[in-house]
Design a protein around this ligand. Structure first.
Ligand code: AMP
Ligand code: ZN
Length: 452
């Protein structure tokens, strides 16, 4: 199994810390607003990554944080005069509902930044960094990490430390490489902001310390894999490495996996750019299902940007409907050997750095072939159910058409009429079948029936 590691910028053979076990950490959402379909692309790809390992027989343990305290949440809470928890609980529920609709498996751990065990772990790390003099308290009482004291700082993102002024500080959690400075671990209490008491003063956590705390707390000092969107490489992941490795003295992550952005009109889709859609928009405005969006993501590679268009989402919806109709028809190919070789080719494609567009092309080509040249049986059905453990398109829920005897007899009669070229009788029987709630479709090798 090969995976592209951002840290080495190459595709590497995957070697787990423990045989057939995977420890994976995923940066979760900041729950202050509706998730955009761009955010959801990242979570779909993380789910595919998780399912890839499960498909390969790994037991996965995944942790994902829920950021339920940060600058954006506080600003919204003050502006709308409501407690911050009212905002975060509402949007956390929407986030998880969205994951369910997209058939994204839940991580084993989804701790909140404000959970007491998370806060305690953050306090522990900050105290240790203060003792080691890798972090310091500023005049106003906030705690900062000294980036110049971590010798690997900048390695993941390729940042040249030369431009960073000693002691220059940044308060915001998000900033660009040009503004790289010592960053806040603990923000001193301010009027109108929620705060927690600690040995180094009351205040609230910064964002980067959150993931270091959750990862070490729930998964241990070193983990196999850490994932997130490409925008998180700097500063967030760079900072997570600096904090975790300074705290434990061990390597933090073996494989860094980053998902490319969803674009719209060639521009990054984002909340700040106000050019986004939500899952509800897909349903109401485009009249497509969430699973059509999952399929759209499956048909593109996670390391390629994906430009969202109305045409592409409609095409994905049609492809999904065709796939369901195919399953309902219960067609088969001639040999079990062929389904085995398709399964192998599909598996090989996803094992090669999650090449889902190639895997889907293999599957669709096979389906087209079976559609043209069908006989009856169950090997194809078995194959699709197996592959769906990875794809997650809920294909198991599709009921195959069980045709009542009366309809089957009508179909036989119609086939005879067609063989006799009695088109008038054939049309009459088709109507009779339709009145009973079934659709007849004629293919080169015979007629098939699906429920209306
Ligand atoms: P946030 O809730 O803003 O912290 O973002 C949640 C996740 O969405 C992060 O992993 C981001 O990297 C990711 N993300 C943000 N913008 C995009 C985008 N345009 N396409 C794909 N993923 C994105
Ligand atoms: Zn994180």
């Amino acid at each position: 199994m090969k995976i592209f590691n951002t840290a080495s910028r190459t595709k590497e053979d995957f070697r787990p810390l423990e045989s057939k076990k995977l420890k994976i950490y995923t940066c979760g959402p900041t729950v202050y607003n509706y998730p955009t379909i761009a955010n959801l692309r990242t979570y779909i790809n993380q789910d595919l990554l998780r399912r890839l390992f499960e498909y390969n027989g790994y037991k996965v343990t995944q942790a994902m944080n829920i950021t339920d305290i940060d600058d954006k949440i506080i600003i919204k809470s003050n502006k709308e005069h409501i407690p911050y928890k009212n905002i975060t609980l509402k949007f956390e529920k929407i986030f998880f509902d969205n994951l369910d609709e997209l058939n994204i498996e839940r991580p084993e751990y989804t701790p909140h930044a404000t959970d007491p065990e998370a806060i305690n772990q953050m306090i522990k790390i900050i105290q240790s960094l203060l003792e080691k003099e890798l972090a310091y308290k500023s005049e106003d009482g906030s705690i900062y990490f000294s980036v110049n004291k971590f010798k690997h700082y900048g390695k993941l993102s390729g940042l040249d430390l030369g431009g960073i002024k000693d002691g220059a500080r940044v308060d915001q959690d998000e900033y660009s490489k040009e503004n790289a400075q010592d960053f806040a671990l603990w923000k001193v209490k301010k009027e109108g902001e929620p705060s927690w008491e600690t040995p180094f003063g009351s205040g609230r956590p910064g964002w980067h310390i959150e993931c270091s705390a959750m990862s070490t707390k729930f998964l241990g000092e070193t983990i196999d894999l850490h994932s997130g969107g490409v925008d998180l490489i700097f500063p967030h992941h760079e900072n997570e490495i600096a904090l975790s490795e300074s705290y434990t003295g061990k390597k933090f992550v073996n494989y860094w996996v980053h998902c490319e952005h969803l674009l719209i009109n060639g521009q990054r889709m984002g909340k700040s750019l106000n050019n986004f859609y939500t899952l509800d928009d897909l349903r109401n405005q485009f009249e497509v299902e969430p699973l059509a969006y999952r399929l759209l993501c499956l048909m593109s590679h996670y390391r390629e940007r994906l430009n969202f268009t109305e045409t592409s989402i409609h095409q994905a919806q049609n492809t999904l409907l065709n796939l369901r109709t195919f399953i309902k028809k219960n067609l088969d190919c001639d040999s079990e050997g062929e389904t085995k070789s398709i399964e192998n080719d599909f598996h090989k494609a996803i094992d090669d750095d999650l090449n889902t567009p190639k895997a889907m092309a293999i599957l669709f080509e096979f389906i087209n072939k079976v559609n043209l040249n069908n006989t009856y049986g169950h090997d194809v059905h078995k194959l699709l159910m197996k592959l769906d453990q990875f794809m997650g398109l809920r294909l198991k829920e599709i009921k195959q058409t069980i045709v009542p005897k009366s309809v089957a007899l009508l179909l036989e009669e119609r086939t005879r009429a067609r063989a006799d070229k009695d088109w008038a009788l054939s049309d009459k029987i088709r109507k009779q079948i339709e009145e009973l709630g079934y659709i007849v479709e004629d293919t080169k090798s015979g007629s098939t029936i699906t429920e209306k």
